[in-house]
Design a protein around this ligand. Structure first.
Ligand code: NI
Length: 249
């Protein structure tokens, strides 16, 4: 069930049987010469949308702009600074919790988001802790590649040149979902360099075409389909476990 394609009456009815909502969250940022700018928000959206076709799950609109300041040296990247991102995550959570959602499951597609999302959760919990009252809802962060079994599939598909940015696995997932948007390029070097992540000018100087450690030429729609299937079934199980945790006070 997709929140944006539902009415408030349908959401009210859903709340009578479940207090859990999935929020795909990612980033709109450069992904090398062939990766789509939307890769990091499209992957969790594709996986969550697939999962809700075979389970009674509610998926919120995708939070598609994240902490991508280091990619701002490449055209098309849109970023929130960490403080803005945290404030926005807080307002999303409070909006949903205000309607009665108690389990907010963020399915993330961008490694650069992790620290800020966790800090946003801590801010929300801290508000309640300092006031000496219950929060009333719980948040969970899960990266799609950390879902059970997904990395096993990716390591089998891409034993070398997986890397950490513009990876063949994330690009394969977008190729499976959007075959009309598959791009090609000659990669030089075949496997991109790796190193630290700092500000945008430093990033562009270190990683000329935007990739980090990856060889995206190995991506294919078929491999993407395998990854989506593994991730969607693991997501259904993981959300069920989170939903089954004892009721939030
Ligand atoms: Ni990515």
């Amino acid at each position: 069930m997709l929140l944006h394609k539902s009415t408030w009456i349908e959401i009210e009815a859903y709340l009578a049987r479940s207090k859990t909502v999935i929020i795909p969250i990612g980033s709109n940022e450069q992904h090398g010469p062939t990766g789509l700018l939307g890769t990091d928000w499209m992957c969790p959206e594709i996986i969550a949308h697939k999962a809700q076709t075979s389970a009674d799950l509610l998926v919120a609109p995708t939070f598609n702009i994240g902490m991508a300041q280091h990619h701002l040296g490449f055209p098309g990247t849109i970023a929130l600074r960490p403080s803005t991102f945290m404030a926005a995550i807080g307002d999303w959570c409070l909006s949903l919790a205000g309607h009665g959602f108690e389990k907010l499951y963020f399915l993330n597609g961008h490694g650069g988001n992790v620290a800020t999302i966790e800090a946003a959760f801590s801010e929300l919990y801290a508000e309640a802790s300092f006031a000496g009252r219950p929060r009333g809802f719980a948040c969970k962060l899960m990266n799609w590649w950390d879902l059970k079994g997904v990395m096993r599939v990716a390591q089998k598909q891409f034993p070398e040149g997986h890397g950490s940015h513009a990876t063949p696995s994330e690009i394969a997932i977008t190729q499976w979902a959007y075959p009309d948007a598959i791009k090609s390029a000659d990669y030089t070097p075949k496997i991109a360099p790796t190193g630290p992540i700092r500000e945008a000018l430093d990033f562009r100087a270190r990683y000329a075409d935007g990739r980090m450690g990856s060889d995206p030429a190995q991506a294919s729609p078929e491999k993407g389909g395998e990854l989506v299937a593994a991730a969607a079934s693991a997501l259904i199980e993981d959300v069920a476990r989170f939903a089954a945790e004892p009721a939030v006070r």
